[in-house]
Design a protein around this ligand. Structure first.
Ligand code: SAH
Length: 453
């Protein structure tokens, strides 16, 4: 096989990046936008020693799992991996990926619960649109995959439609007032991102504009522009200052120019205050089911629960009614402020929050003699530091660890470390928090083996 060959290929698998895989002369051939069951002619683009890459030349026979693509930005923006595949097939792929990672990388074989799925579209309560200049005007949409090139996306099926209306209104506002937009190469220009959040239950909206400067011009007109879209639901307009040359979207300073500095939502019956810098689950309805599962695994009644990587405290607070004591740890100060506010406004006197690195705080808590019955871990994609896992397993030695993960590969790696320290991964439940993308969330229950007690 060589470059530019056209070969016949049966697609037998799909990666979480949305690329189909077939085999030719025992070499794996990756073909984007194909699905298991497709019979195709593939145009070979690149041949390496262990695999090859191709594009579709012709579909000879389409798979039953193939569907028509309903988005003009598919594969241009870096968002969806699976718009060409029916949703139930995608959910199965994700459940398998979690199982494979835990089995192969982690060397653990828990009881796998069925993947939880809800609506595959319109589920996001948050959207961050990068803005950039093009020859004739402005692009506002999403970065293309693995790059910082902005693809102008006038609509996105993963967001509520009203976000697209605000995106358009904001673009018109920038053009009308001739406001400059940020250019990453020259580090000049003002507007970097439009960032929107809408609370699912209260429908309160926060609109935040990220700027490379100290002051946003035409701020009254800006507020009017968002009011025209969101009406009375608009509760907060914020200017976020980010003058750094960085990939991080938000700067540290926020200036409220309209309404409140936060919005309020309700998650698992708990009123939650959400500030612009605090993490909040983007898929509210799946998050509620995930938290319910976490609670089932924690069995919080009468227990002391340590909630590490707690964000605005939402997981711990969802079980504060039943637990004896909740201790949350989070590194972002604004999120900790939200967590403390959320505890008090909901009347939970048994919840406290510490602003620190998870490993550092865990060490200090352990030195103070705190011994939680259950530890919840919900780290970012890179998973937990080994040092933290050792403190949890050796110093706290809780009866259970409930691990919430947005990357099953790092979850699997960490389950392996826990296993060596006496913790068996007994259950795992995948949740499709991000339908149509390659991401999947997992809750795992790890239990201290009898021999380790
Ligand atoms: N459990 C929360 C947040 C999960 S996201 C929820 O369900 O909403 C992961 C959180 O970990 C983020 O809030 C992030 O700010 C925080 N974080 C990242 N690195 C951290 C560290 N080293 N120590 C403590 N918290 C950290």
């Amino acid at each position: 096989m060589k470059k530019n060959d056209i070969i016949e290929l049966n697609i037998t698998d799909v990666t979480l990046q949305g690329s189909g895989v077939g085999h030719y002369d025992s070499l794996a051939v990756f073909v984007p936008e194909t699905v298991t069951g497709d019979k195709i002619e593939a145009h070979i683009l690149k041949v390496k020693s262990n695999c090859a890459f191709a594009k579709v030349h012709r579909i000879i026979e389409p798979s039953k799992s193939r569907i028509g693509v309903d988005c003009t930005s598919f594969k241009k923006c870096g968002g969806c991996a699976f718009r060409h595949i029916n949703y139930s097939f995608e959910a199965g792929l994700k459940a398998n990926a979690v199982k494979n990672n835990l089995n192969r990388i982690g060397g653990v074989d828990p009881q796998f619960e069925p993947i939880t799925t809800l609506a595959p579209d319109g589920y996001r309560n948050k959207c961050q649109y990068p803005v950039s200049k093009n020859e004739g005007g402005i692009d506002i949409g999403f970065f293309s995959s693995h790059s910082h090139r902005v693809v102008d996306c006038p609509g996105c099926n993963l967001q509520p439609e009203i976000f697209s209306k605000a995106q358009k209104a904001f673009k018109d506002f920038l053009l009308k007032h001739k406001i400059s937009v940020y250019d990453e190469t020259t580090e000049m220009g003002l507007v970097r991102h439009l960032y929107l959040r809408r609370a699912n239950v209260t429908e309160e909206v926060m609109a935040c504009v990220v700027i490379n400067g100290d002051k946003m011009p035409f701020v009254n007109e800006l507020v009017d522009c968002f009011k025209a879209v969101f009406g009375d639901d608009l509760k907060s307009v914020i200017i976020n200052i980010n003058k750094k040359k960085t990939n991080v979207i938000l700067g540290e300073k926020c200036v409220t120019v309209f309404g409140s500095d936060h919005i309020t939502d309700v998650l698992c019956g708990v009123k939650v205050r959400i500030s612009p810098l605090s993490f909040y689950q983007v898929n509210h309805d799946v998050a509620e089911l995930l938290y319910k599962k976490a609670k089932e695994y924690v069995e919080p009644n009468g227990k002391t629960v340590l909630d590490l990587y707690c964000g605005a405290g939402t997981i711990g607070l969802s079980m504060a009614k039943e637990a004896k004591r909740i201790i949350g740890v989070e590194i972002i100060p604004e999120a900790v402020k939200d967590a403390k506010f959320n505890a008090s406004t909901n009347g939970f006197c048994n919840a406290e929050f510490i602003c620190d690195d998870a490993a550092g705080a865990a060490k200090q808590l352990s030195e103070k003699g705190i011994r939680p019955d259950v530890v919840i871990l919900d780290p970012p994609r890179k998973g937990c530091d080994e040092e933290l896992i050792r403190i949890v397993a050796n110093d706290f030695a809780p009866e259970r660890v409930v691990y919430v993960s947005c990357d099953s590969a790092t979850l699997a790696r960490d389950c392996k470390i826990f296993k060596a320290l006496g913790y068996e991964t007994v259950k795992a439940a995948p949740f499709d928090m991000f339908p149509r993308t390659g991401h999947v969330e997992t809750v795992a229950l790890l239990v201290r083996a009898v021999s380790a007690i």
